[in-house]
Write a protein that binds this ligand. Sequence first.
Ligand SMILES: [Zn+2]
Length: 465
Amino acid sequence: MRYLLLATALLTTPAFAASGNDAWHAKARELFEHAVEIPTVAGRGRVPELAQYLAEQYKAAGWAADDIHVMPYEGNAGDKTAALIVRWPAAGTAKAKPIMLMAHMDVVEAKAEDWSLDPFTLTEKDGYYYGRGTSDDKMGVVSVTTALLQLKAKGFKPKRDIIVFFTGDEETSGHGAQLGATQWKSMLDAEYGLNADGGGGSFAHGNRPLGFTFQTAEKTYADYAFTTHNAGGHSSKPRPDNAIYELSTALTQLGQYRFEPALNATTRAYFEARQKSESGALGDAMRAWLKNPADGAAADAIEADAGEVGLTRTRCVATMLTGGHAPNALPQMARATVNCRILPGVSPDAIRDELQKIAGDKVEVTRLDDAAASLDSPLRPDVLQAYTRSVHARFPTSPVIPEMSTGASDARPFRVAGIPVYGVDGSWGIVPDDMRAHGRDERLPVKALSDDVDHWVRMLSELAD
Ligand SMILES: [Zn+2]
């Protein structure tokens, strides 16, 4: 679930009405309890067990064994993990290429002593489910699965293949998604992917809807090293040049530098929607920037707002530092790690060249990874409409807002491989209280899980029909 941070609240109260789908909501709860109680943390080797459990659910619901594949692979540092691929073939000749449904089964580590409850026991309390993965992303795994079981049970006949793709290392190495977009691509050759691990809804206190986001783009994650070398010597005889001073000069220049702001289709749609609820200085900056994307001062004013950081341009920041070898020696080397979040479509090599210019000729800038440029997915009207209709069926007044995420998920390698991916999570939370993914006492409103099941049933009934 991704939460949207909006300063201004919008109108009305959402209809938290019962939907009359209690048997399937109970099924979702049963799957959720089991999923949360398997600690699928990197290094513990338990993801294959969850993949197997889910595979059995599909089998028991009538899927052919040939259409269910538990795919073992190595995650972070050789960790044994697995992906799950399940195909629901179209009834008759498929009217279009498949739709892929994505989520991840692994979770971030959680230590019992840091939590007020056991992170790997599903606890229901005060209208919430507590446990690691309740919001990121076992809710996605369970909602997608329950929706498919329900559609199958009620006799739905998809007119195109639906393919489930659940990975087992999204939170660490992302190898599963890499494999999916390369080695396993023939099994996952979809027209587009729908990702349960992106998008989602936010409410302010008092149930005021802040909006559901529709994620179509992510920035590219790339790390760089800034390195300086020096002949060194005895510190009682300082030289005119110094590795640490040269590095710190380069970092100061980086800190003051602003990359060129740029709008893409997603961020344009996002700011068009956002400015409607912003009447003050922030709204003025948004309107000025939409009119003139080269207006750096307007982009700066937007970036100064905590909820909008990173949305107007590539951002790079120093994150780690090392240098010198003794307190009484002139440093022979100093190095900083610089982490960049690059706008989609911009090559990490081009950013390296730009960083080299900023750093000057005393500092060598090198890449620390080989990330390819992420691409944004076109705003497909059919998918956006299905998402919007499903959101409005439950929350008629909630805005639906296209979103570029500043983080990275399993969507990236597919977008790079030419398969567009849309983050279309249907669950929601209260901002900021429920923003606990990766953190302590992670939780999900009980109603949000049931809503998410209904959401996937509704969207797939429309898109696969
Ligand atoms: Zn996630």
